[in-house]
Ligand binder design. Structure first.
Ligand code: 6R9
Length: 582
């Protein structure tokens, strides 16, 4: 029997109090995610249960119980406190998916500080932009990645503490501290910060069309939404072995790779090594994974490697599969059903901003391959007319996916950007403050995605309503890439768009004009690509650069990415009357 039971029944008698019941949480108990994912599970008598099964590069591996989680998160909390970190300070976690990432995440929250996880693949420029924006006070990293921090440190006056958690302590600079939590004296008792439901917890950076990435701020009561969706959608039960393939630099890796499952006391697996189909299937086989949450790009890559590889492994432990991040094409759903003992991937739709799943397919419900499913109980969703912003009632009509504010895991603000926060709500008055917006159920929060709803209430994704590039489930802002491109000595102007890709759905393509004295060449193309890879990340690196004499612009001088994208995708270029044609 699935945890959700009947979707219709859950819809009819829903209230968010059911999240408390699911967690066994009583009024007056401490609401601190760090403690809920560790201390509380131990207090319930499950300290000896395995919390984390970890495998890394080489033959490195580790197994940790919930009691280890408790002790090591205490260790990080105490250490950071001793370093002068205070509640509300932003502490960045910048490392590969090693165990310390998970321990420190919970430790930061136990201290009442705000965890700011960033992909370790980020280059120095991507890192700098996000640390500067958040006024980050401390960064936790490893020997492998600390060099990037050193490069930018001088430009970050608010960054006071650099902690290296792995590597060789002897080769650090004077202003860096070494801390190996597993070697340090155990901290059995830590006085956990008395967070309230509205205490900030996690700050995730996400890209938009314009400007640099924005920090979506979450709070400790997000756990209600994360735990309930984990229970009802992923169907996790205490004896499951669960694998979320996402990196915690991405919201999926924190909401469903840390908070949801551990708040429910479920064993999680983490694989920190490069992707190959065999490595992944081996991991499932070795650890007897039962529930698997992944992303369409990975699923398409597995599909490409074919059915025969799947048959080399015993994957009979699997019982439930789900996916997030990009459109999950019908072929991938059907294929998964054919090769994984009849199990089809359940698509789930949500965003950094929503903090938890919003539209999903549920255990036991008929999957319509290609559809994202239906709104989670407690979520009021619709699609709004593209122009009037009125809810559409006619089945099949394309509009903007929108939600009524007020669900627990909703982001509380964009860090120091109240105007951009406000712009996400249809019907908001010009002076509305974030706290009013997030509770005003007469407004609609607009996701920035287009979809249609069929006559039975299933949602069908159509595309994004902006220029953000979704490559392998990761959002990359064109502005960030363009800003970095024009820093290259040869580039005069630049535009970045997503171009179709069989596995990653989109990859970055850049159009550039060159400065006088530079000639287009393949060598220059490679040089520019590497420049972006190092400064931003491998994901943001253009896979192709097209040289142009001039870029298409509006009369007011804005580069029209829409035009370049339409040409690239072979679509109608639309109304170009605003373009500069001289
Ligand atoms: C969790 C996460 C959010 C954007 C979202 C949309 C795309 C996510 C999707 C999907 C089609 C799905 N997206 N899930 N598109 N089908 N099931 O992905 O957060 O990184 O903020 O991305 O990703 O465009 O608006 P985030």
């Amino acid at each position: 029997m699935s945890n959700i039971g009947s979707y219709e029944k859950r819809l009819s008698d829903f209230d968010w109090g059911q999240a408390r019941e699911t967690l066994g949480w009583k009024d007056g108990e401490l609401l601190n995610i760090g403690a809920m994912c560790s201390d509380r599970i131990c207090a319930e008598g499950h300290g000896e249960r395995t919390a984390l099964i970890w495998e890394g590069f080489g033959n490195k591996s580790g197994k940790y119980t919930f009691d280890d989680l408790r002790l090591y998160s205490n260790g990080f909390a105490q250490f950071l406190k001793d370093q002068g970190i205070k509640p509300g300070d932003r502490v960045c976690i910048f490392m590969d998916k090693i165990p310390s990432l998970y321990f420190s995440f919970l430790g930061i929250l136990k201290l009442g500080a705000i965890a700011q996880p960033l992909f370790s693949a980020f280059g120095d420029e991507s890192l700098e932009v996000r640390l500067a924006s958040a006024g980050t006070k401390a960064i936790l990293t490893t020997k492998k990645h600390v060099k990037k921090v050193r490069k930018i440190r001088e430009r970050l006056p608010e960054l006071e503490t650099i902690v290296v958690v792995e590597g060789n302590p002897s080769k650090l600079r004077d202003d860096e501290v070494f801390f190996d939590v597993e070697e340090a004296p155990k901290v059995d008792v830590f006085d956990v910060y008395k967070s309230t439901p509205e205490t900030p917890s996690v700050l995730h950076y996400t890209s938009g069309t314009t400007g640099q990435p924005k920090g979506a701020l979450h709070v400790h009561s997000s756990v209600w939404g994360q735990a309930l969706t984990t229970s009802w959608v992923l169907d996790l039960k205490p004896d499951d072995v669960y694998w979320c393939t996402a990196d915690p630099g991405w919201v999926t890796g924190t909401s469903y790779g840390i908070i949801g499952p551990w708040s429910l006391g479920v064993t999680q697996c983490v694989l920190d090594s490069g992707f190959t189909s065999r490595r992944w299937y081996q991991f499932i086989q070795d650890n007897r994974v039962t529930v698997w949450y992944s992303a369409p790009t990975a699923i398409r890559a597995l599909m490409k490697d074919g059915d025969e590889v799947v048959k080399e492994f015993d994957l009979s432990s699997l019982r439930f599969l789900a996916s997030v991040g990009e459109p999950l094409n019908a072929e991938a759903v059907i294929w998964s059903g054919e090769v994984f003992n009849g199990l089809q991937f359940h698509d789930t739709f949500w965003q950094t901003e929503t903090g938890a799943m919003m539209i999903t397919n549920y255990p036991g419900m008929e999957i319509r391959p290609g559809s994202m499913g239906m709104p989670f109980p407690g979520i009021t969703a619709c699609v709004l007319d593209l122009k009037t912003h009125e809810p559409l009632t006619e089945p099949g009509k394309v509009g903007l996916i929108a939600f009524r504010p007020g669900w627990p895991s909703m982001f509380r603000q964009y860090w120091k950007k109240p105007d951009i926060y406000r712009s996400k709500f249809v019907g908001a008055s010009d002076d509305a403050m974030p706290d009013q917006l997030r509770t005003d159920t007469s407004l609609w929060y607009v996701s920035g995605d287009r979809a249609s709803i069929d006559k039975d209430g299933y949602y069908w994704f159509v595309g994004r309503d902006d220029d953000v590039i979704n490559t392998g489930g990761h959002l990359v802002g064109p502005f960030e890439i363009e800003s970095a491109l024009v820093e290259h000595p040869a580039v005069a102007e630049a535009a970045a768009i997503g171009k179709p890709d069989e596995v990653n759905m989109e990859v970055v393509k850049a159009f550039v004009t060159l400065k006088p004295g530079f000639e287009p060449s393949d060598d220059l193309e490679l040089e520019i690509m590497n420049f972006i890879r190092k400064r931003l990340s491998p994901l943001a690196m253009p896979q192709e650069i097209e040289y142009m004499d001039k870029l298409p612009k509006t009369r007011s001088g804005k580069i029209v990415r829409r035009y370049l994208k339409a040409l690239e995708w072979g679509e109608d270029v639309g109304d170009l009357s605003g373009l500069d044609d001289d």
